[in-house]
Design a protein around this ligand. Sequence first.
Ligand SMILES: [Zn+2]
Length: 255
Amino acid sequence: MRLALLPGGSVYLDKGRVVTPGVDVGVRVHVPVWSALIESDDGRRIIFDTGMHPDHIVHPDATYEGTKSAGLMPAVMTYNDLLPNRLQQMGVATNSIDTVILSHLHWDHCGQTHLFPQATVYVRQDCLDTWSREVNPRVGKRDFFAADTYQFLPDAETAEIAPGVIVVHTPGHAVGHVSLIVTLPETGAVLLPVDALPMRECMDGTSHGAGPDQAAWKASRAHLLRLAGEHDATFFLSHDPNQWPRLRRAPHWYT
Ligand SMILES: [Zn+2]
């Protein structure tokens, strides 16, 4: 089993308003967006999250233009950041990806799902149901209704989706949000908490996470910290501009 982190561009945003409520409100930061590629021991190739829609390459505000959030989160994205190009740099054919798992259905996590028509796409049913009702219609039509069918992840606290690949239910930031634990032979366990713990300040508790359900978020944070202890896991944070430059990125692998 091995895992690679695929850079998917970046976003400018107000740190304290979007990612770390209560800390650094009004501070503009430049945060990474990325996906993970996992080759499991049973021969599957899994993409965890599909990043931002290709429209952002030519139109940084492609998601929020015309909404009340217009101009607040401009994206920076190049052709290199498209998942098929990242995969090609790894020597991996896009049509060899058989599984896509979506942590949740926000615009920076599901935007290239349509580029994997051959893959089985997994999401939690409560996530899809909620976003079918509440989502920015542009994101819904453009991003996640682009997949023909979804397979629903098990409605459980944890579920082993492939040998050594565990999906963890971590609601709070969004209904039906999931994180991932991957146990690698040399690196050991790595925990991808996605937007349950997007930055260091959310992990260490100086900020509560951004999201509508604070009680659920606190329970998810506690659950992740407990699991990380049990698995002796290293966190790879989804939008942390300080950790990201220190992580190993594609075309290199964590083994
Ligand atoms: Zn995000």
